[in-house]
Design a protein around this ligand. Sequence first.
Ligand code: ADP
Length: 818
Amino acid sequence: MNDIRIKVLLIDDDRVDQMAFKRLVRDENLSYDYAIAGSVSEATTVLNSRQFDVVIADYFLGDGTAFDLFDLIIDTPIIFVTGGGDEETAVRAMKAGAYDYIIKDQERNYLKMLQITVENAIRHKKAEDQFRMLSHAIMSIHDSVFITNMEEETIFVNHAFCTTYQYHEEEVLGKPIDILWKDGSDRSESSRILKLATKTGWEGEVYHRRKDGSVFPVSLSTSIIKDSNGNGIAVVSVARDITERKRAEEELKKAKEATETSNKELTLAVERANIMAVEAELANKTKSEFLANVSHEIRTPMNGIIGMTDLALETELNPDQREYLEAVQYSANSLLNLINDILDFSKIEAGKLDIECIDFNLNECLDNVLQPMRLRAKEKGLKLTSHLDSVVPDGLVGDPMRLRQILINLVSNAVKFTESGQVAIQIEAESITEKDAVLHFIVSDTGIGIPPRLQGTIFEAFTQADGTTTRKYGGTGLGLAISSRLVAMMGGRIWVESPLSEYKGETFGPGSRFHFTAKLRLQNQCSGTADSSFTGTEHDFTEIGDRVRDVKDKESKTTEEPVYPLRSPLKILLAEDNAINCKLTKSILHKKGWQVVTASTGKEVLHLLDSEMFDLILMDVQMPEMDGYEATAVIREREKSTRTHIPIIALTAHAMSRDKERCLKIGMDAYVSKPMKAAELYGAIARLMHEEELSEPGETAEKTELIDLSRAMEAVDGDKGLLRSLVDDFLEDYPQHLEELEGLIAKNDSAQVERKAHSLKGSIGNFGVGKAYELAYQIETLGKESRLEGAEDVLKKLEEQMNRIKAFFSLPGWDKNL
Ligand code: ADP
């Protein structure tokens, strides 16, 4: 208080008293900042212009009394000063609002009292201000505040309380507090809380009741008010309506529950999706299995239809019959194409289509594309050209069948959708490295073209540029979808343009120009050096009709006739359970003059092999009782002890590449898929029976002959009996010779190898100087030069040759033509 100067106004008309006041302030060093007014009017002026902490007012003033100023002095404590014996006036002043009064005495001792009274007044004023501020605060806060005495009667409530609980102040003051409780009679709960509050205070959530009986949740906080002796005198409670919070909490809980439920549902959905994905994968697998099976079922009768039609067309027919059969042939081939497309597409979708990686020649592949297309182009009067850029390498590694499939699809579309003008194939090199080349293929036509808006969608499955073209041109809408996927598998891309084009000075179009790229490895021996590995050819086929025929004839020779004619009539074991297909295959084989024995189950095959010798088995893979796979496995197992190997060609309508793999893995030597063309079957047989010769194309025909019977006859001077007995001895002895040779090679006994090989060569020489003779001579030389490292491989080849010789001599009637 000392630091702050108290603002005091003294109102007194007595100049001596004024002097005495000034002296008091000075002598006592009071920190008063005072003003003195000697009349009502002077005081009025000062009070209107300044604020004071305390006013000391003498009763009698020259122009009135202190009472005249009371209305002006609001909120400032007044110390009323009056003369002795005038206590009545003092009482009046107190009633009018004075804080205290002082009676003047002659000796002016009252001045000492004045100092204390001023201090008290200031303190009182401060406390009053604080109280007012507090009660104002309590009154105006949003929480309900109520104070109860120790008898649990309400002694204070704020505005928020009245609003929240719907009571007027006077309705609750002096009343027991339990009217607020949810159940009016539940005094025990309120008492319990109050008791706790009087000790430690209490905080928690309860339910309170409004005047209208409605109940609401409240967050309650109570604490005890104590007097200066530490005795509890009241309990103050602060209550907050938490209806909103509760609702929010409830909503949060519900939201949480909902989240948990949806989380659970999500987890379930994910689990379900996983199951569905597994099921879908299974279904996809099943679908592709199903398609493979269906295709097998369709291909089997198709084999009969196409094959029998081909055979019938080779017989003498009247023109009508020929026309009908050609129609059957055309329809059957269309149906087969469709099945192949669907199967291809489903294989790609199921991720089951593999791209092969084999050596091939681009020129040959291109010829294989052009060959079937020429006639169709010619029929429509279209020019069909092809151009291979000179830098395009010819010897490539990739999948020629799939490359051909893409090109055939694009070229046949081009021919289909073009009425006049030309179709051109162009092959350029986009880039060439030491190892591979990215080739750019362009198939362009002068046909109906494709509107820009459809150029993107035609590569999708079952999409055709225009519904009406379907009816006019036919098709499934699968060709481009398959092509685009195959191109992607070859590391390339496919796209189309539809520009105007010019041909022979005429403008066509818009026309179509299909582009695709493919990345292909270069063959080792051709890696960018030899000129022969690069192509650069130009063909123009349909203009010269005769040439078309020439080329066709030449090609039909290469496919239908084996390049290496078979030396001896073959005896073939045909295993096929389908009666029509059996008849068909038999007819095809008979046409070559081959002898055919049939079996309809794997067991029958084994049975027949026990009693007869065959050069070859054509094995249908699907047969009752014992299928072709099982039968082959048994045959190969048995051959381990006899050291023989009978060639087996699988005949199957299964079109999946893994079926092919399975056939070869189980020990079959080749594979012909149904519906089979006679040419394909002849080709496979020819290739297989002359495998060795084909692998050594540089040799002379004479050298590649298995046996030279005329030379053999010469050797025995025409003595057939001698030859027969020589043959018998030979057949009996040679396995022993081979075994001994194998042992000697293993022991690295060069001298003995040389001797044994020389003697074997001599026995072989009796029957001619075929491949076997050559191989025996090779082993002899290796022995002579003590270089036996490669001898084992040569011995294996020799063994195969010997088995063939054995097979030849085992055929009944081998000596018929001697
Ligand atoms: P489709 O078996 O119907 O020919 P494709 O997938 O091969 O199936 O072709 C899809 C569609 O693309 C065709 O139906 C045709 O509308 C359009 N199309 C393809 N090639 C050509 C082309 N050279 N000229 C005009 N339209 C073409």
